[in-house]
Ligand binder design. Structure first.
Ligand code: SF4
Length: 377
């Protein structure tokens, strides 16, 4: 008999599960607290339950847990990447980043994945080359936070509570909408990890109908849009999703989100040398975002280390394109930033952390998948 995985279920679903066992409804609340608040990994840990109930649960159900395959800590000790193995043997990545000086009050942000691989095919992204293997389930999204919390206690990012979550790892979150929203609700539950909703950011490549749905449903999680270009011509080239949802309707959806939610939207803008980093681009970016309450994050591109040519899911053409992208010079980045700062919106420059740990999304996955295929990197 297949055991039922309870991780990822909400209170109502747990209540229904216990009702099926003729157990009272308060068992659901107890399990919820242990599973999401205290990160219990098996029923033996749940001392609120009498031994016979624990044994019964052991027979019928599981609390599926991500297995740590490997971890890498950056030299500056400000980022740590985890590669997790899921129950069916596929892998996903999560990255924990620390902002602020060690020892001082600082922000610890976990970047989590929403899919295994990604079908969106942004040309500068290693994950995009993999294609989509499958969507993550709610429990697998939540468990990245639970496991990273446990693991971060034993190394240099130590003892740091996770204060923020960004759904910006592998995958396009809005293509796994229902599982994602359920996971974010579990993460923000006061009896679970208890992350404030405003500290959970969902980042999308720009799926307009999903942004509209998100707006209509009135979620308090924050929205970020990966913009990365100021003309449709360039955006079509680097983010083919733009052919379906061009810049104008995308910005209109962002504007409507800010109007209805009364929140700012964040625009992520990855600076790619010679592609989107001219002063004309900066001027256009200021103009495009002028009437939208927003924050603009400029992110100098983190070049991809050359993967092994035997990569199983990387087309030669895709790989060649990926390797052609470069980070702009420091002077070009500074000039772009200075120009943007003349505009009305808040602009920040965010250097990617941990460029020594395959921190760009998809890189560590690529290495480990190849190793498990018998190809040495
Ligand atoms: S940048 Fe994000 S949406 Fe684009 S291919 Fe990579 S993972 Fe997918």
């Amino acid at each position: 008999m297949t055991k039922q995985n309870l991780k990822g279920l909400d209170r109502d679903e747990l209540t229904a599960f216990f009702a099926g066992l003729n157990e009272p409804a308060f068992r659901a609340r107890q399990l919820f607290r242990w599973m999401y608040g205290r990160a219990a990994q098996n029923f033996a840990e749940i001392t609120d339950f009498a031994k016979p109930l624990r044994a019964r649960l052991q027979e019928l159900a599981t609390l599926e847990t991500l297995a740590l395959e490997t971890r890498q800590l950056s030299q500056r000790r400000d980022a740590e990447k985890f590669l997790f193995r899921l129950a069916d043997g596929v892998h996903i990545e999560s990255v924990l980043m620390r902002d602020g000086a060690p020892g001082r009050a600082s922000r610890h942000t976990l970047c989590i994945s929403s899919q295994v691989g990604c079908p969106v095919d942004c040309k500068f992204c290693a994950t995009g080359l993999m294609g989509l293997l499958r969507n993550l389930r709610s429990g697998e999204i939540v468990d990245q936070v639970l496991q990273a919390k446990q693991l971060s206690g034993s190394k240099a990012l130590a003892g740091s509570p996770i204060t923020n979550v960004v759904v910006m790892g592998m995958g396009e979150p809005m293509l796994n909408y229902d599982a994602l929203i359920k996971a974010c609700s579990l993460l923000s539950d006061a009896e679970g990890p208890n992350l404030a909703q405003r500290r959970i950011v969902i980042s999308t490549s720009g799926l307009v109908p999903k942004i509209e749905r998100f707006t209509k449903e009135g979620h308090k999680f924050r929205l970020a849009i990966s913009l990365n270009a100021t003309t449709d011509e360039v955006r079509n080239q680097i983010m083919p999703i733009n052919r379906k949802y061009p810049i104008a309707p995308l910005l209109q959806a962002a504007r409507e989100y800010t109007r209805q939610s009364k929140q700012r939207v964040t625009f992520e803008y990855i600076l790619l040398d010679g592609i989107n980093d001219s002063l004309a681009d900066a001027d256009r970016l200021k103009t495009l975002t002028r009437n939208i309450p927003c924050k603009i994050n400029l992110i100098p591109y983190n070049p991809i280390a050359k993967p092994h040519p035997d990569g199983r899911s990387q087309s030669a053409a895709g790989l060649e394109t990926l390797l052609a992208y470069r980070r702009p010079s420091f002077e070009r980045i500074e000039a772009f930033l200075a120009c943007m700062r003349e505009g009305p919106n808040t602009v920040t420059l965010r250097w990617s952390k941990g460029d020594d740990i395959d921190a760009a999304c998809g890189q560590l996955w690529t290495k480990v998948e190849k190793k498990s295929n018998g190809v040495e990197i």
